[in-house]
Design a protein around this ligand. Structure first.
Ligand SMILES: CC(C)(COP(=O)(O)OP(=O)(O)OC[C@H]1O[C@@H](n2cnc3c(N)ncnc32)[C@H](O)[C@@H]1OP(=O)(O)O)[C@@H](O)C(=O)NCCC(=O)NCCS
Length: 435
């Protein structure tokens, strides 16, 4: 386990450290930018490192950071650790997007409990010693639900390993409380992520990062696709220096509701009447008779959206996976789906989904939208979206803003969104790192 020593000179003020302006930066003994894999933080001890905290001008205290795995929950109320993780996610979302679009702790626990299509791990970085029982990762286990003494969580890792397809990759989220950044916590959590990936035979890490727009005059970072940009902020620097490539940039856009009736009627007027197609709508879980159809659409969605040079393969969906996924995706979210049936064959050939966040009901996500290749050119994407907006307005009138993310190179989708009135709000980076 590498040890880290405090920097020789007084620490530079760091705008990312808001809790205590005099917290000293860590000077790592190894060069992260050259490291191909992160340190083995679990082998010798679950404690990561001594963090030197400079209090005033003379006194330095060393705080040991501990890593602990959250046990997959049976059920129940979130533990204090899971609540603390949800609070960090909220803080990061507020910081980057300006509004809380995250899952509350209750939703995190319920989703963590559903490990059907992905194996999931939560790992917390703690400022205090956790329990001693060891979990699968060789780290102490702490509860993700139920009662537990309060723990000071400084950051967390959430790793998801697909089980039905894409078994070469692992999706990673690492978030550190703003007051505790640049002390090596993110790097330590990334080290654990790489260990989990290696232990499960995964060779590719994929992660997403939210960003404010690039400031005027700022030097942006361009993705491998060449389309879009993100600012060279602390998160981008962290990921770049730790071996991630920026493969894609997704534009984040917002649609304020209600859409003016004149815009809606103008767009409706441009849709040709075509009796071959019929709109079908539902709220919540997919009706049993449509599950096989939706499975085909989700498979097409996994390959038809632009994904740059990301190493992703076609997803495998069937009726059972749709049903289990619906059970999870409707936790904490009201989901509204509009699909289009091709009447001569009875096949579903297009769909779009909006999810209203139950804990923050003025906000919703625009999720998948797809028209299968053979049925493109009939304005079915617009038909679906207009019908789903009407459905949402009728059933969930509290929604005042819809948020969406589109690959910068996805011109067909972006042009429909612009026509509906979506306004650009920022960018999201899509990152990949090989083990
Ligand atoms: C990315 C993030 C997890 C890093 O956590 P962290 O605990 O600060 O990470 P570390 O202390 O291990 O490493 C910090 C590194 O970030 C970069 N960095 C941070 N602040 C920086 C700044 N002001 N200027 C330049 N580089 C900076 C540097 O590479 C720094 O390493 P260094 O101190 O060795 O130079 C944290 O910034 C965060 O929570 N960001 C928001 C969430 C997010 O977008 N996560 C990524 C998606 S998976």
């Amino acid at each position: 386990m590498p040890t880290l020593t405090p920097p020789p000179a007084p620490a530079k003020p760091d705008s990312a450290v808001t809790e205590c302006a005099e917290v000293a930066r860590l000077a790592p003994q190894f060069d992260h930018s050259k490291a191909t894999s992160a340190p083995d933080v679990t082998r010798a001890s679950p404690s990561v490192k001594g963090l030197p905290l400079r209090i005033g001008r003379r006194l330095t205290l060393t705080v040991t950071i501990h890593l602990a795995q959250l046990s997959p929950p049976a059920a129940g109320d979130p533990s204090p650790a899971m609540r603390a993780i949800a609070a960090i996610a909220t803080q990061v979302c507020q910081e980057t997007i300006g509004v809380d679009l995250t899952d509350p702790a209750e939703t995190l626990v319920a989703k963590y409990g559903n490990q059907d299509s992905a194996r999931k791990f939560f790992v917390a970085a703690l400022a205090s010693t956790p329990a001693t029982e060891s979990g699968e990762l060789g780290l102490p286990l702490i509860a993700s639900s139920g009662t537990q003494a309060p723990l000071h969580v400084l950051g967390y890792l959430y790793a998801q390993l697909p089980l039905k397809d894409n078994q070469h990759l692992m999706e990673v989220t690492i978030e550190v409380s703003a007051a505790h950044r640049r002390r090596g916590i993110g790097t330590s959590l990334l080290g654990v992520a790489r260990q989990i990936a290696a232990a499960h035979g995964r060779r590719t890490l994929i992660g997403w990062s939210a960003h404010r727009p690039v400031l005027a005059g700022g030097e942006p970072l361009r993705p491998a696709t060449g389309v879009g940009e993100i600012p060279r902020d602390a998160t981008a620097t962290f990921l770049l220096r730790r071996g991630f490539n920026l493969e894609q940039a997704e534009q984040r856009s917002i649609l304020r509701l209600p859409v003016p009736p004149s815009v809606l009627s103008g767009l409706q007027a441009g849709v040709p009447a075509d009796s071959d197609y019929r709109v079908v709508q539902w709220e919540g879980a997919t009706p049993p008779a449509l599950r096989t159809h939706l499975a085909r659409l989700r498979e097409a969605m996994s390959t038809d959206i632009p994904s740059g040079a990301l190493e992703v393969e076609k997803e495998q969906w069937d009726e059972e996976r749709i049903s289990k996924w619906d059970a999870m995706a409707t936790i904490g979210t009201r989901r509204f789906t509009t699909a289009v049936e091709h009447q001569p064959t009875g096949d579903l050939v297009a769909y779009t989904e909006i999810g209203q966040i139950i804990s923050n009901p003025a906000h919703a996500y625009q999720e998948d939208t797809l028209v299968v290749g053979a049925h493109r050119g009939h304005r079915l994407g617009l038909v679906c979206k207009l019908a789903n907006l009407e459905f949402l307005a009728r059933e969930a009138p509290a929604v005042a803003a819809i948020h969406t993310w589109n690959a910068g190179e996805n011109d067909p989708m972006l042009s429909i969104n612009r026509a509906l009135g979506f306004q650009p709000g920022g960018w999201e980076g899509v990152w990949e790192s090989k083990l």
